[in-house]
Write a protein that binds this ligand. Structure first.
Ligand code: H2U
Ligand code: ZN
Length: 332
């Protein structure tokens, strides 16, 4: 433990503090619980919108895809065909936002979560993440690859899938991380996230590490089992990963996701996603590629952490230390 008494920790990537008050998880819980999702799934579901050969909600028929499958979201939040409108009136300000939203099915198998895939299957998904990022970065400033896993995170369909959204603007989270990485780069001439990863290697917050990657519970984690996954070389964006690094990533993801599912012996819900340099890449050498995993579950497969009260109004807070969360993940 860093400090025994309640204390605050700084997230250097966002400039936000988190309040750490260990020991409060012993308090009795009579609040809401989640219903654990059914674990038994067929490998093909005729009612699934994402299975091969099935008809989607918009009427389009999916091909009999053999590996991964990417399509434009039928209910996209962003569209490419919007103009450049601006609105300003006193304190009211708005601007149009062009973009695209795609859905990525990880495999034809309705029952094969990323956590259950073998590294070669995960590698195919990584290659799509990189290719989509590479293509969309030609047109858009920010490409967000992400996955909502499980009903607790609002996933609308159990067929293993992720999403890719790309937009003209630099969104809030990206803007904040850009600022702090830029400042660190200017002061030290090295990437913030890589410096952090190297400082943590071999330490108590590391969950898994290899020649090319590290997965750890960050010192400033907000969610109980939050993790950060980063390459151990200065890589700015997904398309820049080498063949060896992509295989290394497949291995460490298989490892980390397997641990997640073993915490409560149940498919572990999370939102995960990649942060890499915005376009134009050449203007963003201060970036270091990394993935955030934000899982909501706290003490069982049914009791989740809620971001409420003090956390919405004052500051994020956690009860379990990042060190004990990392210890638990490491020991599984
Ligand atoms: P989740 O990752 O939150 O489950 O979202 C899946 C997306 O899939 C969601 O954005 C899209 C939804 O709009 N979708 C389609 O585009 N077509 C469909 O037939 C079903 C779901
Ligand atoms: Zn399916």
């Amino acid at each position: 433990m860093v400090i025994d008494a309640p204390h605050r920790r700084l997230n250097p990537l966002t400039g936000e503090w988190v309040l750490v008050s260990a020991g409060r998880t012993d308090r009795p819980w009579l609040g809401s619980t989640e219903t654990p999702a059914r674990t038994e799934r067929p490998d093909y579901d005729p009612r699934c919108y994402l299975c091969p050969g099935n008809t989607r909600a918009g009427g389009v028929v999916n091909p009999e895809y053999p590996t991964t499958f990417v399509f434009d979201n039928d209910f996209a939040a962003l569209r490419p065909d919007v103009g450049h409108e601006r609105f300003e009136e006193g304190l009211l300000r708005a601007e149009s936002e062009a973009g695209v939203c795609r859905v990525l099915c990880y495999s034809p198998r309705h029952d094969l979560d990323l956590a259950l895939m073998k590294p070669d299957g995960i590698r195919a998904v990584i290659d799509v993440w990189a290719a989509e990022t590479s293509e969309l970065a030609n047109t858009y400033t920010w490409v967000q690859v992400f996955e909502n896993r499980g009903a607790a995170m609002g996933a609308s369909n159990p067929h293993p899938h992720g999403q890719i959204w790309a937009g003209a603007a630099l969104p809030n989270e990206a803007r904040t991380e850009d600022h702090h990485q830029r400042t660190h780069w200017a002061a030290h001439g090295s990437p913030l996230v890589l410096d952090y990863a190297l400082q943590e290697l071999g330490g108590e917050r590391v969950v898994a590490a290899s020649e090319t990657w590290v997965g750890l519970v960050p010192f400033w984690a907000v969610w109980p089992f939050e993790m950060l996954v980063a390459p151990l070389r200065h890589v700015v964006s997904l398309p820049d990963l080498t063949d060896v690094e992509r295989n290394g990533l497949a291995e460490i993801l298989a490892d980390v996701l397997g641990r997640y599912d073993r915490i409560f012996d149940h498919p572990f819900p999370y939102s995960m996603g990649w942060h890499g340099a915005p376009s134009p890449i050449a203007d963003h050498p201060h970036w270091q590629l990394h993935a955030h995993f934000y899982p909501p579950m706290l003490r069982s497969a049914t009791v989740r952490k809620h971001m409420v009260g003090y956390e919405l109004l004052a500051e994020k807070q956690r009860d379990v230390t990042p060190e004990s969360a990392a210890h638990r993940l490491r020991s599984l």
